[in-house]
Design a protein around this ligand. Structure first.
Ligand code: GDP
Ligand code: IMO
Ligand code: MG
Length: 422
């Protein structure tokens, strides 16, 4: 019987909620940190001691040198990007090869998966997903089609397997008349990445994690993307291709549902989305631009502008339900410091109909707002709840009541230290 628990920290909106910062902050309380889904489409920012890192495939527990980090079976990994990322962390003085284990069941993103990502997007015309271009969709498609290559394959007759899948991709690209691409250089670095990856422990991480749990150790599952980008529960088809919600923790790590402990749902004090797809609370006015400017809402992976709006309780309630969130974590509260009033979307309205439950398709729905007073006080230097201005306390109380879930952590600046536990 397992006695340890797996807690999860999940983005519960459209990603970029600040998962990296909070996983890094939480790591001292855990023995293992594991990513269970996604790949280098993620960009998790961690800032401490004047240093900044943006992690893509490596879990955000890596800066605590005593801790094991795992890239689980639910993830997809690009050997070339992994190599570049790992070398950057190594060059900052962190030893990785003994503390970063990679599941042999994780799937490999080939250079041709990235070309396919571009080709499928190009073929979509106006209905583009606005992917990160990292080959995520095509790689998970091959996994589901049972033709993908896995990390374990690099140890056994790899060249032939690689050539066969690449040929299959090239045929599809030809059929799509998408032939104006070159991957020769990219492929060279990718193959170097495959060799580099072999220096790491390529193991059956599900056995490893369950052994730790049996010993009573604590595991933190680090989410990537956000619940509304989940392949089943997100705003399909404008989603990523993995299970980003709490069910994905079990399948993406090989841990049983009864090992799951607390589920932290992380969100911002306002809303953002990057890429296409419905976004009822999106602001096209000066307020939206102001939130983007103050919140520095530009993608960590692609540099794209993030679309901005007020907080959306319809979406948050849905995500809390799907994930079984036990604790909420509110980030970037400081970004709203200067606003006279703060709006909260409490329902959606369309053609005279009002709903408070997330509809099947959120396209065309308009937000119904309630308005609360702003706090008009800088929050960034505060480190204790007792110092919070009254209007900010009221905002927290209002959200906790509406969402029927405690906000256990509040973040007031990007730095590791600016994390207030309530
Ligand atoms: P992730 O993908 O969920 O890990 O989030 P990202 O790293 O993509 O985006 C979050 C951004 O917000 C990063 O630039 C963080 O440095 C920054 N950030 C995190 N917490 C706070 C906060 O409380 N206040 C402010 N102003 N920025 C924050
Ligand atoms: P983190 O972990 C925000 C979005 C893309 C696009 C859609 C599909 O940093 O929160 P994909 O490349 O996955 O096929 O793109 O999902 N997207 C993210 N948006 N944060 C992320 O990750 C994202 N990962 C994917 O912009 O709309
Ligand atoms: Mg991000």
């Amino acid at each position: 019987m397992a006695t340890g628990k797996v807690d999860a920290l999940l983005g519960i909106v459209f990603g970029d909620e600040g998962k990296g910062k909070v996983v890094d902050y939480f790591t001292p309380q855990y023995d293992v940190v594991a990513r269970f889904a996604g790949g280098p489409n993620a960009g998790h920012t961690i800032i401490f001691d004047g240093k900044k890192f943006v992690l893509r495939s490596i879990p955000s527990g890596i800066f605590d040198e005593g801790k094991l980090n795992i890239i689980g079976n639910g993830c997809v990994i690009a050997p070339d990007l992994f190599m570049l990322e790992a070398k950057e962390v190594e060059s900052a003085g962190y030893q990785l090869t003994d503390r970063l284990h990679i599941s042999r069941r994780a799937h490999l993103i080939l250079p041709t998966h990235r070309v396919l990502d571009r080709a499928y997007e190009a073929a979509k015309g106006k209905a583009k997903v606005g992917t990160t271009g990292k080959g995520i969709g095509p790689t998970y498609s091959d996994k589901a089609a049972r033709i993908g290559l896995r990390v374990g394959d690099v140890l056994n007759d790899f060249d032939a397997k690689y050539a066969a899948l690449k040929a299959r991709h090239e045929q599809i690209l030809k059929d799509l008349h998408f032939t104006d691409y070159g991957i020769t250089e990219e492929e060279k670095v990718w193959m170097e990445g495959v060799e580099y990856m072999k220096k790491f422990h390529l193991v059956d991480t599900e056995h490893e994690i369950n052994r730790y749990l049996k010993e009573g150790k604590k595991v933190l599952a680090e989410g990537a993307q956000g619940s509304l980008l989940d392949i089943d529960h997100g705003t399909y088809p404008f989603v990523s291709s993995s299970s980003t919600t709490s069910g994905g923790v079990c399948t993406g790590l090989g841990v049983a549902p009864n090992t799951i402990g607390r589920i932290f749902g992380i969100f911002k004090a306002y809303s953002t989305r990057v890429g296409s797809g419905p976004f009822p609370v999106e602001l096209f006015d000066e307020t939206g631009a102001e939130i983007r400017r103050i919140g520095k809402e530009f993608g960590a992976v692609t540099g794209r502008d993030r679309r901005c709006g007020w907080i959306d309780l319809v979406a948050l309630k849905y995500a809390i339900m799907i994930n079984g969130v036990t604790d909420l974590v509110m980030m970037k509260s400081d970004v709203l410091d200067g606003f006279d009033t703060i709006k909260v979307c409490v329902a959606y309205e369309k053609d005279g109909e009002t709903v408070t439950e997330m509809p099947y398709d959120t396209e065309g729905w308009n937000p119904v707002y309630e308005e609360l007073p702003g706090w008009k006080t800088p929050l960034s230097d505060l480190r204790n709840e007792s110092e919070f201005p009254a209007a900010f306390k009221s905002y927290i109380d209002y959200l906790e009541k509406a969402l029927e879930t405690p906000i256990s952590i509040v973040s007031v600046s990007p730095d590791r230290d600016a994390t207030i536990v309530r």
